[in-house]
Design a protein around this ligand. Structure first.
Ligand SMILES: Cc1cc2nc3c(=O)[nH]c(=O)nc-3n(C[C@H](O)[C@H](O)[C@H](O)COP(=O)(O)OP(=O)(O)OC[C@H]3O[C@@H](n4cnc5c(N)ncnc54)[C@H](O)[C@@H]3O)c2cc1C
Length: 373
């Protein structure tokens, strides 16, 4: 694999870096809920440049650029710690572009593109995380509406978002993935309740209750009972911007700085650990580029993306753990940078699919193994 970014792409990277200058202190990558007004402003400013629609087709209001441009953008944003890539411009918009009708595209895309409208992903439930096909929240058709009933759990950013990208059962209780449909549900609809679930970093995930919530049938995206395939396509479209290596690069740089400032960087054990972690970060970078390479060539990238997620999130944990070990009590003080990184790193291997599930994907897709024999 040889990836060379073109001179236009490198110029774009330089432009992104200049754009991000005022946001370098924002730290919105972590605890986005605590900094949402500022992160929303950042997304608006990106929207003004068309960057939230960088790879959307021009016919949908996008800039029609390839995956490498998006990779560069979100890698730089992650390195700057400014924000995580928004679901609205990714999964939601890509699905609307592929599967929405003209009226749906006209209604939702312009506000997503401009950074006005934001979504929280309402997939997981208390009894359905890894086994998403077993979810129970129901949406029953009643004329020109659906009535939604049930509870979702662990919704990131739901406290600040405008809408839910809701996955609900429209088929029979045992229909698994064949009986699911996707909806847009505004948070303000009657019967929607969002309750915070405090997280280790002082931010929150959320439980979301839908109590007889009526959603117009025109807000079902794609065919009834057809969500499973659609979701897979949307995920496949943005594998190259999930888990950008810039985040891990920055973790290591910050931790090396912290150890230097703590007077520990001449310790030979510390230097050895930092060298080992630097190799791990280089591996993470390679995994990210492998995903990009597959995307650019139009090859399946599920296994590469799963391997990338494992390498990325485990590296985050290894970096945070090493500093906690070497830094002693000062590294564990509430509010210290190592402490914050450690609290964040703990959950990275769970959100977006656990390490065990990612290993299962690599085993099946890359190694041809199947637990069922
Ligand atoms: C920070 C964070 C943000 C999140 N954001 C969102 C969000 O915005 N929207 C949303 O809908 N959800 C969100 N989630 C939920 C997340 O998708 C689920 O937590 C995740 O899929 C795991 O599901 P679970 O918690 O039900 O655990 P379970 O699926 O019950 O897993 C429990 C344990 O069993 C293991 N396990 C399960 N099945 C298998 C298997 N087949 N093979 C091997 N091991 C297995 C798992 O690896 C895990 O160790 C978020 C979670 C976190 C931590």
């Amino acid at each position: 694999m040889r990836i060379h970014f073109s001179s236009e792409q490198e110029a774009f990277r330089a432009e992104v870096r200049v754009f991000l200058e005022p946001y370098r202190g924002l730290d919105g990558f972590f605890g986005q809920g605590l900094k949402w007004p500022e992160v929303r402003e950042l997304f608006r400013a990106m929207g003004e440049r068309g960057w939230l629609a960088l790879a959307w087709p021009e016919s949908a209001g996008g800039l029609g650029r390839g995956p490498a441009w998006e990779y560069i953008l979100w890698d730089e944003v992650a390195y700057a710690r400014a924000a995580r890539n928004p679901l609205s411009a990714g999964i939601v918009a890509r699905t609307l572009i592929r599967h929405g009708d003209d009226a749906q595209r006209a209604e939702w895309l312009p506000r997503i593109r401009s950074g006005e409208l934001h979504f929280s992903l309402a997939y997981s439930e208390p009894e359905a995380g890894s086994d998403l096909a077993g979810l129970r929240v129901r949406a029953d058709r009643d004329g020109e509406h659906y009535t939604v009933q049930g509870q979702k759990c662990w919704q990131s950013y739901a406290q600040d978002m405008d809408c839910f990208w809701l996955l609900a059962r429209t088929g029979s209780p045992d229909s698994r993935g064949r009986g699911l449909s996707l909806f847009i549900c505004e948070k303000e609809r009657e019967g929607v309740t969002v309750s915070g679930l405090p997280t280790l970093d002082g931010d929150q995930l959320n439980a979301v209750h839908f109590d007889a919530v009526r959603i117009p049938a025109s807000q079902r995206i794609g065919p009834e009972n057809g969500a499973w395939t659609i979701m897979g396509e949307a995920l496949a479209d943005e594998r190259h911007i999930q888990f950008p290596p810039g985040r891990v690069r920055r973790d290591l740089e910050e931790m090396a700085d912290w150890l230097r400032e703590a007077g520990l960087s001449n310790d030979s054990a510390v230097r050895r650990a930092l060298a080992q972690l630097a190799v791990e970060v280089a591996e993470v970078e390679m995994h990210g580029l492998l995903v990009l390479d597959a995307m650019q060539k139009g090859r399946p990238a599920a296994a590469a993306a799963a391997a990338n997620k494992i390498a990325h999130t485990v590296a985050c944990q290894n970096i945070a753990r090493a500093v906690a070990e070497f830094g002693g009590p000062a590294a564990l003080m509430a509010g210290s940078r190592p402490d914050l990184l450690w609290r964040h790193a703990l959950w990275e291997t769970i959100g977006g699919g656990t390490t065990e599930i990612m290993k299962g994907i690599v085993a099946r897709e890359a190694l041809g193994l199947d637990a069922r024999g």
